[in-house]
Design a protein around this ligand. Structure first.
Ligand SMILES: [Zn+2]
Ligand SMILES: [Zn+2]
Length: 428
């Protein structure tokens, strides 16, 4: 199959060419990046007025299979990812059974291969059964194909165990992804602790619950010269702790998710359970600090923390509702609107945050359109606007506080491994 992308603007900060170039795809690979390519027998993708980007990479999502297929399956998750412009995703281990052994990692990989669409890279559990006690077999997980380890969904409360994990992971060159939440400080809260939680009479989660753990992990990584990656940074304080740690040479990297710079705890008003997420939506000061961190390189990448839930798990009293936002299909629009259109950064930087940087953190090749490289390409229309509707979402999880909102910047086509995954906004 030959595909020729014509007349688009290539935004490719980590590839050799950028700007007004055509891209030829043959046999799943990019074979030519030149101006005015003419060739017989190729299907033409007309991209005039559109931007041609390296396919995005989400290093943090939840696919719910095995165990919770009513919330999302590997197939529906991989489809939703492609629709959001993602060529690849890394899925967290908190399934049932959890991905704490080679058998579950192998199962996820084979289900993903059957599904097609976005490539799926499993993240293995740090501890057996995600119990925070005995370590899982890190070597076995790596050999089976796990690209990182994390007990995400649950924090590692035992600091000594965390120290051992970081030191042990060094031997396997495994990235440890840390869900930073002091469960005792979080005190079974349901939203950000502040004015809104007081007004609504909901129990709050302090910023400190996140920040003390970010500080702890940065100190451990620095002390033992180990790497650590902080998941879903949500507070101004966390950004500052990581900024200082990086300055001191600590091997810490981190991500945030689009909802932390696109919404605040105001979204919870009316007891909107679709705005319930962990860590919780914070304030506009936090969102501004997160954007500043994305601009100055303190925050390395944007991940979705896509957490699909069934309506029944959200259609209950706020305190009982499940935490999480379905994020794969809105990440591009939210990032474009709040980072680029809002004048905070250029499109190139945003593209790096969504594609190249997460690949680099995980040590996976990707995030750039290069001659001879795999043809993972996303074509977007920055001028397109649309209203986010439940019925248009491909993910089984329709739980997002952005429903009904007008969004700007739309993924039009996604080509993965040289094959159509999404065409004219529709999953193939
Ligand atoms: Zn988490
Ligand atoms: Zn997560």
């Amino acid at each position: 199959m030959k595909l020729l992308i014509k007349n688009g603007t290539l935004i490719n900060p980590h590839g050799e060419k950028n700007g007004a170039y055509d891209v030829l795809i043959e046999g799943g690979r990019v074979t030519k990046i030149e101006k005015g390519i003419e060739i017989n027998g190729a299907e033409i993708i007309e991209a005039a007025g559109k931007h041609v980007l390296p396919g995005f990479f989400d290093m943090h999502c939840h696919l719910r299979e095995p165990g919770y297929e009513y919330q999302e399956t590997i197939r529906t998750g991989a489809m939703a990812a492609a629709r959001g412009g993602y060529a690849a995703i890394a899925c967290m281990a908190n399934t049932n059974p959890p991905a704490d052994c080679a058998a579950v990692i192998g199962y996820i990989k084979s289900r993903a291969a059957e599904a097609g669409y976005a490539k799926v890279y499993p993240v293995g559990a740090v501890t057996a059964g995600l119990r925070g006690e005995a370590l899982a077999e890190m070597g076995e997980l790596k050999e089976a194909g796990a690209v990182a380890v994390s007990d995400d969904g649950r924090p590692m409360m035992d600091a000594n165990l965390m120290k051992n994990v970081l030191v042990y992971a060094k031997n396997f060159d495994m990235l440890v992804i840390s869900h930073c939440e002091d469960i005792l400080l979080a005190n079974e809260g349901h939203m950000n602790e502040g004015v809104v939680s007081t007004e609504l009479g909901l129990k709050g989660i302090s910023r400190a619950a996140e920040e003390v753990m970010v500080a702890r992990d940065a100190i451990l990584a620095g002390t033992y010269d180990a790497r650590v990656h902080i998941a879903h940074v949500s507070t101004a304080g966390s950004v500052e702790i990581i900024r200082q740690a990086k300055k001191a040479g600590v091997k810490v990297s981190c991500e945030t998710a689009p909802h932390y710079f696109s919404a605040t705890d105001e979204a919870v008003r009316g007891f909107n359970t679709n705005a319930k997420v962990n860590p919780p939506l914070r304030t506009k000061e936090d969102a501004a600090a997160i954007i500043a961190g994305l601009c100055d390189g303190t925050i390395d990448c944007i991940a979705t923390d896509h957490a699909p839930h069934h309506e029944d798990d959200k259609n209950v009293e706020f305190a009982y509702a499940a935490s999480g936002i379905s994020g794969l299909e809105t990440a591009f629009s939210l990032s474009y609107m709040n980072l680029v259109k809002a004048g905070k950064m250029g499109l190139e930087r945003m593209v790096s945050l969504l594609s190249y940087n997460p690949c680099k953190i995980l040590g996976i090749k990707g995030g750039a359109i290069t001659q001879g490289g795999e043809a993972d390409i996303t074509i977007v229309d920055l001028d397109a606007e649309y209203v986010l509707k439940k019925e248009d979402m491909v993910s089984l999880g329709k739980n997002t506080p952005f429903l009904g909102q007008k969004l700007a910047g739309k993924v039009i086509h996604t080509v993965i491994g040289g094959k159509w995954a999404v065409r004219d906004g529709k999953v193939i």
